[in-house]
Design a protein around this ligand. Structure first.
Ligand SMILES: NC(=O)C1=CN([C@@H]2O[C@H](COP(=O)(O)OP(=O)(O)OC[C@H]3O[C@@H](n4cnc5c(N)ncnc54)[C@H](OP(=O)(O)O)[C@@H]3O)[C@@H](O)[C@H]2O)C=CC1
Ligand SMILES: N[C@@H](CC(=O)OP(=O)(O)O)C(=O)O
Length: 354
């Protein structure tokens, strides 16, 4: 099978680097175009980037030039990892030029006709992309993946919502510093410290969770009718967001029933998507797990790990969730969205725009 040509917008950032790492040997996609800000444009990638991953920059990529961030000459499939303000201005230009923009950014996640998707949770919401004016005019569109804390949480909640219904959710996050990009949070602010504030994060986690667990009604997503309250904190962890969760269910369920719901949750089984984890929600029985350093790479960084399941004296059950914020929470999430779009016939063979 010939690999489809793809480009990465924001290729030098934390998420952009993860895209390169995950795509380098991907069986379906081939990186042919990298773009970033004017600061990087024109330089070889290896010179423009401050590479922060623990695998080497692929030699082929290090020598590639960084292109200007414009649709001219870009391939038709674009993985985008731009700050929200820049994405808001730039992603529509690529979609209008006929590109499929597979975005990580929050800029369009809550726009009614833009799918906000986790393939295991709400693949049917992808139908919304057909409503976009870009799709109708040029064939281009924008599809988004959620906030990095929302992804791990929603993967753990979806099997419970399906079987028992959810009435209330209370969640407290402990988010890794890589979530703030590079250079991100100053070392003097985070070393030996916890920062109980991440701008806009609680609002995004609450809104996106209910939209992801919501139902597609005609051309609109009706959010899940549950109450939710989130507290978000930045902690001195490199990668991996940890979340303490309490849930009130609509139907009483035993511990064994919750464990079975997570164990049997395999909505993508049989689809052979290269990035999909075999077990999207992994339960770890040890009393002191999950932990970011020990559990973030489960399912190649694509699983949501759940542990410490116990009764909650305020709600019904409480537990801990952990997921890798730049893999499952960002680049891996977008890649899985793209793989699903290929399966659905919505990513056409690569040609060059304008
Ligand atoms: N880190 C995480 O865990 C997660 C991040 N996200 C989202 O992904 C996006 C990227 O995040 P992250 O990688 O952490 O951010 P970084 O700050 O690390 O990277 C930003 C990227 O955008 C590029 N850029 C900046 N300005 C422009 C411009 N004017 N035109 C074109 N490119 C530009 C930068 O290029 P240059 O190097 O040239 O400045 C760089 O490649 C954000 O929307 C973020 O919210 C989503 C989920 C998780
Ligand atoms: N704000 C998240 C990362 C992020 O970029 O989220 P979003 O994609 O919703 O902007 C964090 O700090 O960990």
């Amino acid at each position: 099978m010939q690999r489809q040509k793809i480009g990465i917008l924001g290729a030098t950032g934390m998420v952009g680097q993860r895209f390169i790492q995950l795509l380098e040997n991907h069986p379906w996609f081939e990186i042919v175009w990298l773009a970033a800000s004017d600061r990087s444009s024109g330089k070889p990638y290896g010179e423009a980037v401050k590479w922060k991953l623990d695998t080497a920059i692929p030699a082929r990529i290090a020598g590639m030039p960084v292109s200007p961030a414009t649709p001219e000459g870009a391939p038709r499939i674009i993985f985008a990892a731009l700050d929200a303000d820049i994405a808001r201005e730039m992603e529509p230009k690529f979609a209008a030029a006929g590109c499929a923009v597979i975005s990580n950014s929050s800029a369009f996640r809550m726009q009614a006709d833009v799918p906000l998707v986790i393939p295991e949770v709400n693949a049917d919401h992808l139908a919304l992309l057909e409503e976009q004016s870009w799709r109708k005019q040029s064939g281009g569109y924008i599809v988004t993946n959620p906030n990095c804390s929302a992804i791990g949480l929603v993967l753990a909640l979806k099997p419970l919502e399906e079987r028992f219904g959810i009435e209330s959710i209370f969640v407290t996050t402990m988010q890794a510093i890589s979530g703030a990009g590079y250079p991100g949070v100053a070392s003097l602010d985070i070393l030996g410290n916890v920062v109980p504030y991440i701008k806009n994060e609680e609002e995004k986690l609450q809104e996106e969770t209910l939209r992801l667990l919501g139902s597609l009604k005609g051309k609109l997503v009706e959010p899940l009718g549950a109450s939710i309250s989130a507290h978000c904190n930045r902690v001195a962890v490199e990668d991996g967001h940890t979340e303490s969760v309490s849930v009130k269910l609509r139907k009483k369920a035993s511990r064994e029933e919750l464990l079975a719901a997570w164990r049997e949750f395999a909505p993508l089984r049989g689809q052979d998507l290269p990035t999909a984890p075999a077990q999207p929600v992994e339960f770890v029985a040890a009393e002191d797990r999950p932990q970011p350093r020990l559990d973030r790479m489960r399912g190649n960084g694509m699983a949501s790990t759940v542990g410490r399941l116990r009764p909650c004296s305020l709600f019904d059950w409480k537990f801990t969730v952990l997921s890798h914020n730049t893999i499952r929470g960002a680049a891996g999430a977008a890649l899985l969205n793209a793989e699903l779009l290929v399966k659905l016939g919505k990513l056409e063979p690569a040609t060059v725009t304008v």
